[in-house]
Design a protein around this ligand. Structure first.
Ligand code: PBE
Length: 301
């Protein structure tokens, strides 16, 4: 008898796993029922340090959602997009922290929720931030960084390649090769430096910043620099520039998303202005959630 049971154990375990998988399956989105209970009043977020997480906490309180049980779940971009992927496949309800440029808006039928209280701001720009003294010490790098600018569509091209599995440096090199006139505008008249001076770029490993940082690094290399890139959390990234440990970052989403660090380190960096205009940050849902169009709907519908 005992022997038989041991033999059956794997079979029983498999059945248990399969059955529990079925019972926890979230039903399809139902527009006739209140949204909150369908997703346990949970917004699927990303890494805790991201500006969009702070803005979403503000949104929860400004729209009166906190007292309504709504909460923001911390995870990572990769975990959030994989949860989104599964939800879309099964037409399940989901609310995510979304931003553009990002391939999530190309790959999935999702829409931003209206933000009548303007918690996330209208549109954002991504600024280039360099350390004090860079202009004097590495004028060529400074000039290239000052000129660097591209469009959301251009950034998306690099991001898509990386999302399809291409090595980020390779994707940057190929984009540069395919866009000579754009790159020429950034480097025109800048003479190559001798002796391979080092430029250190810091960034947060968001898809958008992996793309931009790799492109900038490659262009600086073509000017004769030894470029290192280092991924870190948002606060250390700002600190690295403020303390002259790093030379530049191209990852400052403003005026809202990076506002905290922009103000905390004010006076300890040089803001070279936007390298990309027309970025956007907010909450997003699949388009099949047709009756959810504003953050206010999370409360009322
Ligand atoms: N993001 C992407 C970042 C900036 C770039 C919107 C996730 C954030 O701080 O929220």
């Amino acid at each position: 008898m005992k022997k038989k049971l041991t033999f059956l154990l794997p079979v029983i375990l498999t059945l248990v796993v399969l059955l529990s998988g079925c019972s926890t399956k979230v039903p399809k989105y139902n527009a006739k029922q209140k949204l909150g209970p369908q997703i346990n009043y949970t917004i699927t977020g990303i890494d805790a340090g991201a500006g969009i997480m702070a803005s979403t906490q503000t949104a929860l309180s400004k729209y009166g959602l906190t007292q309504n049980n709504w909460q923001l779940q911390t995870s990572s971009t990769a975990a959030m997009t994989s949860t989104l992927d599964k939800a879309i496949k099964h037409k399940q309800p989901i609310v995510i922290t979304g931003w553009q440029p990002h391939w999530m808006f190309t790959k999935y039928p999702i829409k931003f929720l209206k933000d009548p209280k303007q918690v996330y701001g209208k549109t954002e720009s991504i600024h280039t931030i360099v350390r004090k003294g860079l202009q004097k010490e590495q004028p060529q790098a400074y000039q290239m960084l000052d000129r660097f600018n591209w469009t959301p569509a251009e950034m998306s091209q690099v991001m898509m390649q990386i999302n399809n599995g291409k090595d980020p440096q390779k994707a940057a090199q190929e984009w540069i090769k395919a866009n000579p006139s754009k790159v020429h505008a950034w480097t025109q008249g800048i003479r190559k430096v001798a002796g391979k001076p080092t430029i250190k770029l810091t960034y947060v490993a968001w898809d958008s910043e992996i793309a931009s940082t790799n492109v900038v690094a490659e262009v600086l290399r073509s000017l004769g620099y030894n470029v290192t890139t280092q991924a870190m959390e948002m606060q250390p990234m700002w600190a690295s520039i403020a303390t002259n440990v790093a030379d530049a970052q191209v990852a400052a989403w403003l005026p809202t998303t990076s506002a905290k660090y922009y103000h905390d380190y004010q006076g300890k960096f040089v803001d070279l202005g936007p390298n990309l205009k027309g970025a956007r940050v907010g909450l997003a849902v699949p388009k099949y959630m047709t009756n959810i169009n504003s953050i206010e709907d999370l409360k009322n519908k």
